[in-house]
Design a protein around this ligand. Structure first.
Ligand code: GLN
Length: 193
């Protein structure tokens, strides 16, 4: 199995390190032809406006869209914003997941925080909460269940922070910044199916 991590900007090295630790071949992707032969792609956190601007500049929008039609994609934080159909701001989006996202939803006061999330989809996910790191994180305002979007994780107040639609996954937090690799293993299971 070979997984690409979009390496235009942001926390791509951290994803690559976890994948390699799990024994997976992981490569940085900056150009359209580097998508060839990959089984899946991760879009990391960072700054979604920068990532999308660079994706437009390097001619990646259409190739990413085509790739995503067939192969699993996982967006963390800025990657989740980039994969959404709608964000209340004018920036290029991949327009894939049927979700509405609000950027920087926790405001300046709460720039970053950690929360333990019960995530039933993960192995041992009820008994052992997932340590989720949020950094100027977005939230899911809407998730179209009729289109097949399922909420995967919520904060205690019900705010949706992770979702899946078929072979696409989004998390508004950063599993690559923790030692807990269960989200990465969950994504690997999605690829095998
Ligand atoms: N605030 C960033 C954005 O709007 C996302 C932050 C992150 O990826 N940690 O794109």
């Amino acid at each position: 199995m070979k997984i690409g991590v979009l390496a235009l900007q942001g926390a791509f090295i951290e994803h690559i390190k976890i994948l390699r630790r799990l024994g997976i071949e992981a490569v940085e992707v900056r150009l359209p032809e580097q998508l060839d032969g990959l089984d899946a792609l991760i879009i990391p956190g960072g700054e979604s406006t920068t990532i999308s601007k660079l994706a437009v500049k390097y001619g990646l929008m259409e190739p990413l869209h085509k790739f995503a039609a067939e192969k699993p994609l996982w967006g963390t934080c800025a990657g989740m914003i980039f994969m959404a159909k709608k964000v209340g701001e004018d920036q290029p989006l991949l327009n894939l997941m049927d979700i509405v996202v609000e950027r920087n939803a926790f405001g300046r006061q709460v720039d970053s925080f950690e929360a333990d999330l019960a995530v039933p989809a993960l192995s041992n996910g009820q008994a052992l909460p997932f340590p989720a790191v949020f950094i100027r994180a977005p939230i899911l305002l809407e998730a179209n269940e009729e289109a097949g979007v399922e909420i995967v994780a919520q904060l205690e107040d019900g705010t949706a922070v992770a979702a899946r639609q078929g072979h696409w996954l989004v998390t508004s937090f950063h599993p690559e910044l923790t030692d807990d690799d269960r989200f990465h293993r969950y994504f690997l299971e999605m690829i095998k199916k």
